[in-house]
Write a protein that binds this ligand. Structure first.
Ligand code: ADP
Length: 163
């Protein structure tokens, strides 16, 4: 049947600190790719909080991991996440869930975002079991102590982020 409905691009924003991107993030993004026409990986930042990597470095790591993937865009933002989604005409917010603690944290944010912006749906993806313990903060500790990053961050950026 022919539909008269204009096709709306399914665009998702995957917001986070990505300091640095881990294989847990990479897995969520790869699994979400078939669900959306475009995913904007957006590095959220706060001018008063500096991380291990600069915002530009974090964005470059993400670009390196997804080089050649046309559905992925990389950006940064500083305002409210839902306001950023509106400026990008993105109707979906993507988040990963590892643990019950993640759930409780995300529930509050997701419900308040929904109160403020009914046009934006938060989509949660469960982490694969093998990636549950991986977080950017653990990766930063491994980097500080010059540990082996294999299996923690995507192979394509291991050399770039080892300090
Ligand atoms: P934030 O500072 O917003 O928590 P993060 O960079 O730590 O940013 O995480 C961004 C998103 O990725 C969050 O939804 C988080 O739950 C998810 N995430 C982080 N690590 C993993 C992982 N190992 N597996 C699945 N999702 C993850």
């Amino acid at each position: 049947m022919v539909s008269n409905k204009t096709e709306i691009m399914k665009r998702a924003v995957f917001p986070g600190s990505f300091d640095p991107i881990t294989i847990g993030h990479e897995d969520i993004i790869n699994r979400a790719l078939p669900l959306f026409d475009e995913i904007i990986i957006a590095v959220g930042y706060n001018s008063t909080k500096s991380g291990m990597f600069s915002i530009e470095e974090r964005m470059q790591h993400i670009r390196d991991v997804f080089a050649g993937e046309e559905k992925i865009k990389v950006d940064k933002y500083q305002n409210l996440t839902i306001d950023y989604c509106h400026t990008k005409e993105a109707n979906y917010l993507l988040r990963g869930l590892r643990t019950a603690a993640d759930f409780e944290f995300e529930r509050g944010i997701g419900q308040v975002n929904r109160m403020m912006a009914k046009d934006i749906e938060t989509v949660f993806m469960l982490t694969a079991p093998e990636f549950t313990p991986i977080s950017s903060s653990i990766v930063r500790d491994v980097i500080r102590h010059k540990g082996n990053l294999k299996g923690l961050v995507p192979n394509s950026i291991i050399d770039k982020i080892s300090r």
